[in-house]
Design a protein around this ligand. Structure first.
Ligand SMILES: [Zn+2]
Length: 246
C-alpha cells in the first residue's frame, strides 16, 4: 500500500439513490460500480436533475431531451438499474438553492436510500480545469437534501399521500472527487461500465472527439484508482457521513 491508498467502501447496505446533473454523468466513471452493486442484489435508482438537453451542439433542446432520456434508460438497464427519474431542471443553468434541495429531498423520501451517490462537486477534477456549474450545484444540493429529507418540518408540503420523512441516509458519496478517500473494486464489472457509456451514442457522436475510445477513457481512471486500492480496476469516491458530529 502507498501513502495515497484508498479505503474500501462499505457494502452493507441495500438501497442507493444516484443523483446527478446529466445523463452520462454516472457513465463517465461510476457505472461499473453500480453494476457491481446491482449484481450483489442491491437496488440502485437513478435521478437525473436535467435531461441533458443542452448537451448536443447540433440538436435543439426540444429534440435532444427525448434522445438523451432514452440513452440514459438504456445505460441504466445495462448496469441493472430499472428506475430512472428525470426532474426537468434546465440543463446548463441549474441553480443551487432551496427548490433544487426540495426536489432532491422528495426523491430521497420516495426511494428511501441508505446511500446517496452523486458526482464530484469540488471546483476542479484535481487539475486546473474547472468542474461544470451544474455538477457543483447538484452535488451540494444532494448532500444537503440528504439532511433535509429526515426533517418533517422542512418541505412539509411534500408529506401527503403517505410520503414520510426519511432520515436513513447513512453516507453521501461523490464519485470521482479529487478528494476521494474510498474506492470500490470494479474489475469484474468494468466491461458493463464501458457498455453503459457506449449507450450514449448520440451524445458521444455529438461531442465530436476524434478517436474517442470509451474503454480506454474509463481505464485511464480505473487503473490508477485500482492501484490505490490494490486491485486492477476501481472507482473512487469522497465519503460524507450523515452521522452528527462525525
Ligand atoms: Zn455532466
Amino acid at each position: 500500500m502507498t501513502d495515497d491508498a484508498l479505503l474500501p467502501l462499505t457494502e452493507d447496505w441495500d438501497r442507493a439513490l444516484v443523483v446527478v446533473a446529466h445523463p452520462d454523468d454516472v457513465e463517465f466513471g461510476a457505472a461499473a460500480a453500480v453494476a457491481r452493486w446491482t449484481r450483489q442484489g442491491k437496488t440502485v435508482v437513478y435521478c437525473m436533475v436535467t435531461s441533458g438537453e443542452a448537451g448536443i451542439d447540433g440538436l435543439s433542446p426540444e429534440e435532444c431531451a427525448p434522445v438523451r432520456e432514452a440513452e440514459e434508460r438504456e445505460s441504466a438497464a445495462i448496469v441493472g438499474v430499472e428506475t430512472v427519474e428525470f426532474l426537468g431542471f434546465p440543463d446548463g443553468v441549474i441553480e443551487f438553492g432551496v427548490p433544487l434541495r426540495a426536489a432532491i429531498a422528495e426523491q430521497i423520501r420516495r426511494h428511501r436510500p441508505d446511500i446517496v451517490i452523486t458526482g464530484n462537486f469540488r471546483d476542479t477534477w484535481g487539475g486546473r480545469s474547472p468542474n461544470q456549474a451544474d455538477h457543483i450545484a447538484v452535488g451540494r444540493a444532494a448532500l444537503h437534501a440528504s439532511q433535509d429529507a429526515g426533517n418533517r418540518w422542512i418541505f412539509r408540503e411534500q408529506l401527503t399521500d403517505g410520503l414520510e420523512p426519511w432520515g436513513g441516509v447513512r453516507e453521501v458519496w461523490a464519485a470521482g472527487s479529487p478528494q476521494s478517500t474510498h474506492a470500490v473494486d470494479t474489475t469484474d464489472t468494468f466491461d458493463a461500465g464501458v457498455a453503459s457509456l457506449l449507450a450514449h451514442r448520440a451524445y458521444i457522436e455529438g461531442l465530436g472527439w476524434e478517436h474517442f475510445d470509451p474503454a480506454e477513457f474509463l481505464e485511464g481512471m480505473s487503473r490508477p484508482t485500482g492501484r490505490r486500492l490494490g486491485v486492477t480496476h476501481a472507482a473512487a469516491f469522497e465519503v460524507f457521513s450523515m452521522s452528527f458530529g462525525e
